[in-house]
Design a protein around this ligand. Structure first.
Ligand SMILES: *[C@@H]1O[C@H](CO)[C@@H](O)[C@H](O)[C@H]1NC(C)=O
Ligand SMILES: *[C@@H]1O[C@H](CO)[C@@H](O)[C@H](O)[C@H]1NC(C)=O
Ligand SMILES: *[C@@H]1O[C@H](CO)[C@@H](O)[C@H](O)[C@H]1NC(C)=O
Length: 498
Protein backbone atom coordinates (compact mmCIF):
# COMPACT_ATOMS: atom_id res chain seq x y z
CA UNK A 1 0.00 0.00 0.00
CA UNK A 2 1.27 3.46 -0.79
CA UNK A 3 2.07 5.86 1.97
CA UNK A 4 -0.68 8.30 1.10
CA UNK A 5 -3.23 5.53 1.02
CA UNK A 6 -2.28 4.40 4.51
CA UNK A 7 -2.18 7.85 6.03
CA UNK A 8 -5.59 8.63 4.61
CA UNK A 9 -7.11 5.98 6.86
CA UNK A 10 -6.43 7.87 10.06
CA UNK A 11 -6.52 11.62 10.00
CA UNK A 12 -7.29 14.36 12.41
CA UNK A 13 -10.53 16.04 11.41
CA UNK A 14 -11.32 19.52 12.56
CA UNK A 15 -14.53 19.72 10.59
CA UNK A 16 -17.15 17.34 11.99
CA UNK A 17 -19.82 18.22 14.50
CA UNK A 18 -21.25 15.11 16.08
CA UNK A 19 -24.09 14.50 18.48
CA UNK A 20 -23.15 13.91 22.10
CA UNK A 21 -24.27 11.16 24.33
CA UNK A 22 -24.50 12.56 27.81
CA UNK A 23 -27.95 11.20 28.58
CA UNK A 24 -27.12 9.29 31.69
CA UNK A 25 -24.16 9.57 34.05
CA UNK A 26 -23.21 6.05 33.02
CA UNK A 27 -22.69 6.98 29.39
CA UNK A 28 -20.70 10.17 29.11
CA UNK A 29 -19.43 9.97 25.55
CA UNK A 30 -17.38 12.15 23.25
CA UNK A 31 -18.27 12.56 19.57
CA UNK A 32 -17.41 9.81 17.12
CA UNK A 33 -14.45 11.59 15.48
CA UNK A 34 -13.02 13.02 18.70
CA UNK A 35 -9.34 12.05 18.86
CA UNK A 36 -7.62 10.70 21.99
CA UNK A 37 -3.85 10.67 22.34
CA UNK A 38 -0.84 11.22 24.56
CA UNK A 39 2.09 13.64 24.41
CA UNK A 40 5.85 13.77 24.94
CA UNK A 41 8.66 16.22 24.08
CA UNK A 42 12.10 15.59 22.59
CA UNK A 43 14.38 16.79 25.39
CA UNK A 44 12.26 15.10 28.05
CA UNK A 45 12.42 11.61 26.50
CA UNK A 46 15.03 11.21 23.76
CA UNK A 47 18.33 11.23 25.60
CA UNK A 48 21.21 10.64 23.13
CA UNK A 49 22.09 14.28 23.63
CA UNK A 50 25.48 14.09 21.91
CA UNK A 51 25.26 11.25 19.38
CA UNK A 52 25.33 11.08 15.59
CA UNK A 53 25.80 14.74 14.85
CA UNK A 54 23.19 16.26 17.18
CA UNK A 55 24.04 19.81 18.26
CA UNK A 56 23.90 21.13 21.81
CA UNK A 57 20.59 22.61 23.03
CA UNK A 58 20.05 25.26 25.69
CA UNK A 59 18.78 22.53 28.03
CA UNK A 60 21.95 20.48 27.49
CA UNK A 61 24.03 23.54 28.31
CA UNK A 62 21.89 24.65 31.25
CA UNK A 63 21.72 21.27 33.01
CA UNK A 64 25.48 20.75 32.53
CA UNK A 65 26.61 24.25 33.50
CA UNK A 66 24.10 25.03 36.24
CA UNK A 67 23.28 21.62 37.75
CA UNK A 68 22.52 23.28 41.10
CA UNK A 69 19.37 24.74 39.52
CA UNK A 70 18.01 21.26 38.70
CA UNK A 71 16.48 18.79 41.16
CA UNK A 72 19.26 16.44 42.36
CA UNK A 73 21.56 17.82 39.63
CA UNK A 74 19.80 15.59 37.10
CA UNK A 75 19.73 16.10 33.30
CA UNK A 76 18.21 14.78 30.07
CA UNK A 77 21.42 13.18 28.72
CA UNK A 78 19.77 9.74 28.76
CA UNK A 79 16.31 10.08 30.39
CA UNK A 80 13.91 7.42 28.93
CA UNK A 81 16.31 6.88 25.97
CA UNK A 82 13.50 7.12 23.43
CA UNK A 83 16.05 7.90 20.71
CA UNK A 84 16.94 4.20 20.93
CA UNK A 85 13.67 2.88 22.37
CA UNK A 86 11.06 4.67 20.24
CA UNK A 87 9.68 1.33 19.10
CA UNK A 88 8.84 0.54 22.73
CA UNK A 89 7.04 3.88 22.92
CA UNK A 90 5.01 3.09 19.83
CA UNK A 91 4.06 -0.34 21.15
CA UNK A 92 2.74 1.41 24.27
CA UNK A 93 0.67 3.68 22.03
CA UNK A 94 -0.67 0.58 20.33
CA UNK A 95 -1.52 -0.99 23.69
CA UNK A 96 -3.36 2.18 24.67
CA UNK A 97 -5.27 2.20 21.38
CA UNK A 98 -4.88 5.96 20.98
CA UNK A 99 -5.73 7.78 17.77
CA UNK A 100 -2.86 10.30 17.88
CA UNK A 101 0.60 10.84 19.31
CA UNK A 102 1.94 14.31 19.97
CA UNK A 103 5.75 14.50 20.03
CA UNK A 104 8.30 17.21 19.33
CA UNK A 105 11.33 17.47 17.08
CA UNK A 106 14.67 18.49 18.49
CA UNK A 107 15.83 21.48 16.43
CA UNK A 108 19.56 20.80 17.15
CA UNK A 109 19.16 17.13 16.19
CA UNK A 110 18.03 18.32 12.73
CA UNK A 111 20.16 21.47 12.45
CA UNK A 112 23.15 21.19 14.83
CA UNK A 113 24.03 24.90 14.62
CA UNK A 114 20.39 25.98 14.31
CA UNK A 115 20.94 27.13 10.72
CA UNK A 116 19.72 25.24 7.69
CA UNK A 117 23.00 25.23 5.74
CA UNK A 118 23.93 22.00 7.54
CA UNK A 119 21.27 19.28 7.92
CA UNK A 120 22.07 16.31 10.16
CA UNK A 121 20.96 13.26 8.19
CA UNK A 122 20.77 11.08 11.30
CA UNK A 123 18.18 13.46 12.73
CA UNK A 124 16.06 13.19 9.58
CA UNK A 125 16.41 9.38 9.67
CA UNK A 126 15.32 9.17 13.32
CA UNK A 127 12.08 11.10 12.90
CA UNK A 128 11.29 9.39 9.59
CA UNK A 129 11.60 6.02 11.33
CA UNK A 130 9.36 7.18 14.17
CA UNK A 131 6.78 8.49 11.67
CA UNK A 132 6.93 5.21 9.73
CA UNK A 133 6.38 3.22 12.90
CA UNK A 134 3.37 5.39 13.83
CA UNK A 135 2.00 5.10 10.34
CA UNK A 136 2.38 1.31 10.35
CA UNK A 137 0.07 1.28 13.36
CA UNK A 138 -2.43 3.83 12.09
CA UNK A 139 -1.55 6.45 14.73
CA UNK A 140 -1.77 10.06 13.57
CA UNK A 141 1.28 12.18 14.40
CA UNK A 142 0.85 15.70 15.76
CA UNK A 143 4.28 17.27 15.62
CA UNK A 144 5.57 20.18 17.68
CA UNK A 145 8.42 22.09 16.02
CA UNK A 146 9.67 23.74 19.17
CA UNK A 147 9.30 22.32 22.66
CA UNK A 148 11.97 24.41 24.40
CA UNK A 149 15.26 22.85 23.20
CA UNK A 150 16.73 25.77 21.25
CA UNK A 151 20.11 25.14 19.57
CA UNK A 152 22.73 26.63 21.91
CA UNK A 153 24.44 28.25 18.90
CA UNK A 154 21.34 30.41 18.42
CA UNK A 155 21.16 31.26 22.12
CA UNK A 156 24.74 32.51 21.74
CA UNK A 157 23.24 35.09 19.34
CA UNK A 158 20.59 36.10 21.89
CA UNK A 159 18.10 33.31 21.26
CA UNK A 160 14.48 34.43 21.16
CA UNK A 161 15.46 38.02 22.02
CA UNK A 162 17.22 38.40 18.66
CA UNK A 163 14.77 39.51 15.91
CA UNK A 164 16.66 37.48 13.28
CA UNK A 165 15.66 34.24 14.96
CA UNK A 166 12.25 34.44 13.28
CA UNK A 167 13.97 33.95 9.90
CA UNK A 168 15.99 31.02 11.23
CA UNK A 169 12.81 29.43 12.59
CA UNK A 170 11.19 29.74 9.16
CA UNK A 171 14.25 28.05 7.58
CA UNK A 172 13.96 25.23 10.13
CA UNK A 173 10.22 24.83 9.51
CA UNK A 174 10.90 24.56 5.79
CA UNK A 175 13.35 21.69 6.40
CA UNK A 176 10.66 19.97 8.50
CA UNK A 177 7.90 20.41 5.90
CA UNK A 178 10.21 19.24 3.09
CA UNK A 179 11.36 16.13 4.91
CA UNK A 180 8.31 15.13 6.95
CA UNK A 181 5.38 16.88 5.29
CA UNK A 182 4.29 13.83 3.33
CA UNK A 183 3.88 11.88 6.59
CA UNK A 184 2.93 14.48 9.22
CA UNK A 185 -0.10 16.60 8.35
CA UNK A 186 -0.82 18.39 11.63
CA UNK A 187 1.81 20.72 13.09
CA UNK A 188 2.25 22.95 16.11
CA UNK A 189 4.83 25.71 15.80
CA UNK A 190 5.45 26.32 19.51
CA UNK A 191 4.72 24.70 22.83
CA UNK A 192 3.78 27.07 25.66
CA UNK A 193 5.56 30.32 24.75
CA UNK A 194 4.14 31.81 27.96
CA UNK A 195 6.24 29.31 29.89
CA UNK A 196 9.45 29.33 27.89
CA UNK A 197 9.55 33.12 27.47
CA UNK A 198 8.47 33.98 31.00
CA UNK A 199 10.39 31.23 32.80
CA UNK A 200 13.33 30.97 30.35
CA UNK A 201 14.04 34.67 29.75
CA UNK A 202 12.41 35.98 32.90
CA UNK A 203 13.11 33.16 35.36
CA UNK A 204 14.77 29.87 36.15
CA UNK A 205 14.30 27.65 33.08
CA UNK A 206 16.95 27.51 30.33
CA UNK A 207 18.60 29.77 29.30
CA UNK A 208 17.99 31.25 32.78
CA UNK A 209 18.07 34.91 31.74
CA UNK A 210 16.10 36.13 34.80
CA UNK A 211 15.21 39.38 33.06
CA UNK A 212 11.46 39.61 33.61
CA UNK A 213 9.73 42.63 32.15
CA UNK A 214 12.32 42.88 29.36
CA UNK A 215 13.62 39.73 27.78
CA UNK A 216 10.37 37.79 28.26
CA UNK A 217 8.57 40.51 26.24
CA UNK A 218 11.26 40.39 23.52
CA UNK A 219 11.02 36.60 23.42
CA UNK A 220 7.25 36.67 23.01
CA UNK A 221 7.51 39.30 20.30
CA UNK A 222 9.81 37.27 18.09
CA UNK A 223 8.03 33.99 18.83
CA UNK A 224 4.78 35.56 17.61
CA UNK A 225 6.51 36.91 14.49
CA UNK A 226 8.15 33.53 13.85
CA UNK A 227 4.83 31.74 14.30
CA UNK A 228 3.04 34.07 11.89
CA UNK A 229 5.81 33.79 9.30
CA UNK A 230 5.74 29.99 9.37
CA UNK A 231 1.96 29.99 9.05
CA UNK A 232 2.09 32.30 6.01
CA UNK A 233 4.82 30.17 4.42
CA UNK A 234 2.69 27.04 4.87
CA UNK A 235 -0.36 28.70 3.34
CA UNK A 236 1.65 30.04 0.40
CA UNK A 237 3.84 27.03 -0.33
CA UNK A 238 2.74 23.89 1.51
CA UNK A 239 -1.05 24.04 1.59
CA UNK A 240 -1.30 21.01 -0.72
CA UNK A 241 0.95 18.96 1.56
CA UNK A 242 0.09 20.05 5.14
CA UNK A 243 -3.44 19.98 6.59
CA UNK A 244 -3.26 22.09 9.75
CA UNK A 245 -0.83 24.42 11.50
CA UNK A 246 -1.58 25.68 15.00
CA UNK A 247 0.17 26.78 18.19
CA UNK A 248 -0.01 25.39 21.72
CA UNK A 249 -0.69 27.91 24.50
CA UNK A 250 -0.84 27.13 28.20
CA UNK A 251 -3.80 28.52 30.07
CA UNK A 252 -4.41 27.87 33.74
CA UNK A 253 -7.77 29.20 34.87
CA UNK A 254 -7.46 32.47 36.81
CA UNK A 255 -10.32 32.88 39.27
CA UNK A 256 -10.89 36.04 41.33
CA UNK A 257 -9.81 35.39 44.92
CA UNK A 258 -12.90 37.19 46.25
CA UNK A 259 -16.11 38.59 44.79
CA UNK A 260 -14.81 42.17 45.16
CA UNK A 261 -14.81 44.30 42.03
CA UNK A 262 -11.06 44.85 42.38
CA UNK A 263 -10.33 41.13 42.33
CA UNK A 264 -12.76 40.45 39.48
CA UNK A 265 -10.99 43.09 37.44
CA UNK A 266 -7.53 41.87 38.45
CA UNK A 267 -8.40 38.32 37.39
CA UNK A 268 -9.54 39.47 33.94
CA UNK A 269 -6.37 41.54 33.51
CA UNK A 270 -4.33 38.49 34.53
CA UNK A 271 -6.10 36.36 31.89
CA UNK A 272 -5.18 38.98 29.30
CA UNK A 273 -1.54 38.95 30.46
CA UNK A 274 -1.16 35.17 30.69
CA UNK A 275 -3.29 34.00 27.77
CA UNK A 276 -4.10 37.17 25.81
CA UNK A 277 -0.40 38.06 25.48
CA UNK A 278 -0.13 35.23 22.91
CA UNK A 279 -3.73 34.51 21.95
CA UNK A 280 -4.92 38.06 21.25
CA UNK A 281 -2.39 38.73 18.44
CA UNK A 282 -3.39 35.45 16.72
CA UNK A 283 -7.03 34.72 17.57
CA UNK A 284 -8.77 38.08 18.17
CA UNK A 285 -10.49 40.07 15.41
CA UNK A 286 -8.25 43.10 15.92
CA UNK A 287 -4.91 41.34 16.45
CA UNK A 288 -1.93 42.83 18.34
CA UNK A 289 -1.36 42.63 22.10
CA UNK A 290 -4.39 42.95 24.40
CA UNK A 291 -5.19 46.70 24.80
CA UNK A 292 -5.05 46.42 28.62
CA UNK A 293 -1.54 44.95 28.41
CA UNK A 294 -0.38 47.71 26.07
CA UNK A 295 -1.89 50.31 28.38
CA UNK A 296 -0.40 48.93 31.60
CA UNK A 297 3.11 48.18 30.38
CA UNK A 298 3.32 51.55 28.62
CA UNK A 299 2.15 53.42 31.74
CA UNK A 300 4.33 51.49 34.19
CA UNK A 301 7.40 51.82 31.93
CA UNK A 302 6.83 55.57 32.03
CA UNK A 303 6.48 55.60 35.82
CA UNK A 304 9.79 53.73 35.94
CA UNK A 305 11.41 56.52 33.88
CA UNK A 306 12.00 54.46 30.73
CA UNK A 307 11.99 56.56 27.57
CA UNK A 308 9.84 53.96 25.81
CA UNK A 309 7.61 51.01 26.67
CA UNK A 310 9.27 47.73 27.63
CA UNK A 311 6.59 45.96 25.55
CA UNK A 312 7.76 46.02 21.91
CA UNK A 313 5.45 47.18 19.10
CA UNK A 314 4.40 45.28 16.00
CA UNK A 315 4.31 47.11 12.68
CA UNK A 316 0.82 47.28 11.09
CA UNK A 317 2.03 44.67 8.56
CA UNK A 318 3.08 42.36 11.39
CA UNK A 319 -0.28 42.76 13.16
CA UNK A 320 -1.99 41.69 9.94
CA UNK A 321 0.45 38.84 9.25
CA UNK A 322 0.00 37.35 12.76
CA UNK A 323 -3.77 37.87 13.02
CA UNK A 324 -5.59 34.70 11.97
CA UNK A 325 -2.35 32.71 11.66
CA UNK A 326 -3.63 29.42 13.12
CA UNK A 327 -6.01 26.71 11.92
CA UNK A 328 -6.66 25.76 15.52
CA UNK A 329 -5.63 26.54 19.08
CA UNK A 330 -3.65 23.86 20.90
CA UNK A 331 -4.56 24.23 24.57
CA UNK A 332 -2.56 22.97 27.56
CA UNK A 333 -4.53 23.09 30.77
CA UNK A 334 -3.58 21.65 34.16
CA UNK A 335 -4.76 23.73 37.08
CA UNK A 336 -6.34 26.90 38.49
CA UNK A 337 -5.02 29.91 40.42
CA UNK A 338 -6.66 32.64 42.44
CA UNK A 339 -5.94 36.28 41.64
CA UNK A 340 -6.28 39.24 43.94
CA UNK A 341 -5.42 42.82 43.12
CA UNK A 342 -1.92 43.92 44.10
CA UNK A 343 -2.65 47.02 46.15
CA UNK A 344 1.00 47.83 46.84
CA UNK A 345 2.89 50.76 45.36
CA UNK A 346 4.29 50.08 41.87
CA UNK A 347 7.89 48.94 42.13
CA UNK A 348 10.64 50.60 40.14
CA UNK A 349 11.97 47.14 39.39
CA UNK A 350 10.48 45.95 36.08
CA UNK A 351 8.74 42.58 35.97
CA UNK A 352 5.89 40.83 34.24
CA UNK A 353 4.17 40.30 37.61
CA UNK A 354 4.36 44.00 38.45
CA UNK A 355 2.92 44.89 35.03
CA UNK A 356 0.13 42.34 35.44
CA UNK A 357 -0.75 43.72 38.87
CA UNK A 358 -2.31 40.62 40.41
CA UNK A 359 -1.21 38.40 43.27
CA UNK A 360 -1.39 34.69 42.61
CA UNK A 361 -2.32 31.95 45.05
CA UNK A 362 -4.08 28.61 45.32
CA UNK A 363 -6.55 27.30 47.88
CA UNK A 364 -5.00 25.07 50.52
CA UNK A 365 -7.99 22.72 50.37
CA UNK A 366 -7.57 21.96 46.67
CA UNK A 367 -6.23 18.40 46.28
CA UNK A 368 -2.49 18.23 45.67
CA UNK A 369 -0.40 16.53 43.00
CA UNK A 370 3.35 15.90 43.21
CA UNK A 371 4.03 19.34 41.65
CA UNK A 372 3.78 22.40 43.89
CA UNK A 373 1.99 24.39 41.14
CA UNK A 374 -0.54 21.73 40.20
CA UNK A 375 -3.70 21.47 42.30
CA UNK A 376 -6.69 19.43 41.18
CA UNK A 377 -9.47 21.85 40.16
CA UNK A 378 -11.58 20.27 37.39
CA UNK A 379 -14.12 23.11 37.07
CA UNK A 380 -11.35 25.48 35.95
CA UNK A 381 -11.07 23.52 32.69
CA UNK A 382 -14.65 24.33 31.65
CA UNK A 383 -14.17 27.99 32.61
CA UNK A 384 -10.94 28.25 30.58
CA UNK A 385 -12.60 26.75 27.52
CA UNK A 386 -15.55 29.11 27.82
CA UNK A 387 -13.32 32.15 28.24
CA UNK A 388 -11.54 31.17 25.00
CA UNK A 389 -14.89 30.62 23.27
CA UNK A 390 -16.24 34.05 24.25
CA UNK A 391 -12.99 35.97 23.81
CA UNK A 392 -11.99 34.63 20.38
CA UNK A 393 -15.30 33.76 18.73
CA UNK A 394 -15.27 30.04 19.44
CA UNK A 395 -12.05 28.94 17.69
CA UNK A 396 -11.30 25.30 16.95
CA UNK A 397 -9.49 23.88 19.96
CA UNK A 398 -7.42 20.75 20.41
CA UNK A 399 -6.37 19.85 23.95
CA UNK A 400 -2.63 19.23 23.52
CA UNK A 401 -1.83 18.60 27.22
CA UNK A 402 -3.63 17.82 30.46
CA UNK A 403 -2.35 15.58 33.22
CA UNK A 404 -1.18 15.07 36.77
CA UNK A 405 2.03 14.16 38.61
CA UNK A 406 2.08 11.69 41.47
CA UNK A 407 4.68 9.92 43.54
CA UNK A 408 5.94 6.68 42.10
CA UNK A 409 3.54 3.75 42.06
CA UNK A 410 1.50 1.63 39.67
CA UNK A 411 -1.87 1.97 41.42
CA UNK A 412 -2.56 5.60 40.61
CA UNK A 413 -6.24 5.96 41.43
CA UNK A 414 -5.74 9.67 42.14
CA UNK A 415 -4.60 10.16 38.53
CA UNK A 416 -7.72 8.35 37.31
CA UNK A 417 -9.80 10.56 39.55
CA UNK A 418 -8.09 13.64 38.04
CA UNK A 419 -8.85 12.38 34.54
CA UNK A 420 -12.46 11.64 35.42
CA UNK A 421 -13.00 15.14 36.78
CA UNK A 422 -11.24 17.01 33.98
CA UNK A 423 -12.81 14.91 31.20
CA UNK A 424 -16.30 15.54 32.58
CA UNK A 425 -15.55 19.26 32.74
CA UNK A 426 -14.32 19.15 29.12
CA UNK A 427 -17.35 17.21 27.97
CA UNK A 428 -19.71 19.73 29.60
CA UNK A 429 -17.87 22.60 27.86
CA UNK A 430 -18.43 20.83 24.55
CA UNK A 431 -21.94 19.44 24.95
CA UNK A 432 -23.59 22.18 26.99
CA UNK A 433 -21.58 25.31 26.14
CA UNK A 434 -20.78 24.36 22.52
CA UNK A 435 -17.04 24.90 22.76
CA UNK A 436 -15.49 23.45 19.62
CA UNK A 437 -12.97 20.89 20.86
CA UNK A 438 -11.70 18.15 18.56
CA UNK A 439 -9.23 16.12 20.59
CA UNK A 440 -7.69 15.41 23.97
CA UNK A 441 -4.04 14.64 24.71
CA UNK A 442 -2.83 13.31 28.06
CA UNK A 443 0.55 14.48 29.34
CA UNK A 444 2.39 12.17 29.36
CA UNK A 445 2.73 8.77 27.73
CA UNK A 446 5.49 7.91 30.18
CA UNK A 447 7.44 9.40 33.09
CA UNK A 448 10.16 11.74 31.80
CA UNK A 449 12.61 14.53 32.58
CA UNK A 450 10.45 17.29 34.03
CA UNK A 451 12.80 20.26 33.37
CA UNK A 452 14.12 21.83 36.59
CA UNK A 453 12.16 19.24 38.59
CA UNK A 454 14.31 16.48 37.09
CA UNK A 455 12.87 12.99 37.42
CA UNK A 456 11.12 13.77 40.70
CA UNK A 457 7.69 14.48 39.19
CA UNK A 458 6.05 11.61 37.36
CA UNK A 459 3.26 12.34 34.89
CA UNK A 460 3.28 9.06 32.95
CA UNK A 461 0.54 6.58 32.18
CA UNK A 462 3.60 4.30 32.13
CA UNK A 463 6.12 4.11 34.96
CA UNK A 464 9.79 4.30 33.94
CA UNK A 465 12.49 2.48 35.90
CA UNK A 466 15.41 4.85 35.28
CA UNK A 467 17.83 2.47 37.04
CA UNK A 468 17.23 -0.39 34.60
CA UNK A 469 19.39 -0.64 31.47
CA UNK A 470 16.28 -0.79 29.26
CA UNK A 471 14.46 2.03 31.06
CA UNK A 472 11.71 -0.50 31.63
CA UNK A 473 8.23 0.90 31.04
CA UNK A 474 5.32 -0.53 33.04
CA UNK A 475 1.65 0.44 32.64
CA UNK A 476 -0.09 2.05 35.60
CA UNK A 477 -3.78 1.60 36.41
CA UNK A 478 -4.35 4.87 34.54
CA UNK A 479 -2.99 3.27 31.34
CA UNK A 480 -5.78 0.68 31.53
CA UNK A 481 -8.30 3.43 32.20
CA UNK A 482 -7.00 5.48 29.27
CA UNK A 483 -7.20 2.49 26.96
CA UNK A 484 -10.88 2.09 27.72
CA UNK A 485 -11.40 5.83 27.19
CA UNK A 486 -9.56 5.91 23.84
CA UNK A 487 -11.31 2.83 22.52
CA UNK A 488 -14.89 3.61 23.61
CA UNK A 489 -14.62 7.43 23.55
CA UNK A 490 -16.78 7.29 26.69
CA UNK A 491 -15.58 8.24 30.17
CA UNK A 492 -15.09 4.88 31.87
CA UNK A 493 -17.18 4.10 34.92
CA UNK A 494 -14.15 3.12 36.94
CA UNK A 495 -13.80 1.47 40.28
CA UNK A 496 -11.33 3.86 41.86
CA UNK A 497 -10.23 1.49 44.57
CA UNK A 498 -8.63 -1.01 42.17
C1 LIG B 1 28.34 12.05 25.40
O1 LIG B 1 27.96 12.37 26.71
C2 LIG B 1 28.26 11.37 27.66
C3 LIG B 1 27.69 11.82 28.98
O2 LIG B 1 26.28 11.85 28.89
C4 LIG B 1 29.75 11.13 27.71
O3 LIG B 1 30.03 10.09 28.62
C5 LIG B 1 30.26 10.77 26.32
O4 LIG B 1 31.67 10.68 26.31
C6 LIG B 1 29.83 11.80 25.29
N1 LIG B 1 30.15 11.34 23.95
C7 LIG B 1 30.72 12.10 23.04
C8 LIG B 1 30.90 11.49 21.69
O5 LIG B 1 31.06 13.24 23.27
C1 LIG C 1 6.80 14.60 45.52
O1 LIG C 1 7.20 13.31 45.94
C2 LIG C 1 8.43 13.26 46.63
C3 LIG C 1 8.72 11.82 46.98
O2 LIG C 1 8.73 11.03 45.86
C4 LIG C 1 8.38 14.12 47.87
O3 LIG C 1 9.63 14.13 48.49
C5 LIG C 1 7.96 15.53 47.50
O4 LIG C 1 7.79 16.29 48.66
C6 LIG C 1 6.68 15.54 46.71
N1 LIG C 1 6.39 16.89 46.25
C7 LIG C 1 5.18 17.45 46.39
C8 LIG C 1 5.04 18.84 45.87
O5 LIG C 1 4.23 16.89 46.88
C1 LIG D 1 16.65 -5.29 27.30
O1 LIG D 1 16.03 -5.39 26.03
C2 LIG D 1 16.61 -6.36 25.19
C3 LIG D 1 15.93 -6.24 23.84
O2 LIG D 1 14.55 -6.09 23.97
C4 LIG D 1 16.46 -7.73 25.80
O3 LIG D 1 17.09 -8.70 24.99
C5 LIG D 1 17.10 -7.73 27.19
O4 LIG D 1 16.85 -8.95 27.84
C6 LIG D 1 16.56 -6.60 28.04
N1 LIG D 1 17.29 -6.52 29.29
C7 LIG D 1 16.71 -6.32 30.46
C8 LIG D 1 17.62 -6.23 31.64
O5 LIG D 1 15.50 -6.19 30.59
Amino acid sequence: MSWTLITSLVVITLGCADAYNIESPNTLCFPEHFSFGVATAAYQIEGAWNVSGKGESIWDRYTHDKPERIFSRQNGDVTTDSYHLYKDDVSMLVQLGVQHYRFSISWPRILPSGLSNEVNEDGIRYYLELLTELNNHGITPIVTMYHWDLPQALQDLGGWTNPTIADYFVDYARVLFDNFGSRAKTWLTFNEPMSFCHDGYGGNDAPGARSSGFEDYMCAHHVLRAHGMVYRMYRDEYADKIDYVGITLDFSWLEPATTSEDDQKAAEIARQFYMGWYAHPIFSKTGDYPPIMRERVDAISKLQHFPRSRLPRFTPEEVKMIRGSADFLGLNHYTTYLISKNKGKISLLPSFEEDMGGIISQKKEWPKSNSTWLKVVPWGFRKSLNWVRLEYDNPKVFITENGMSLERGLKDSRRINYLDGYLKSLLMAMAKDKCRVYGYTYWSLLDNFEWTRGFSERFGLYDVDYESPNKTRTPRSSAHYFKELAQTRCIPAWNYTT
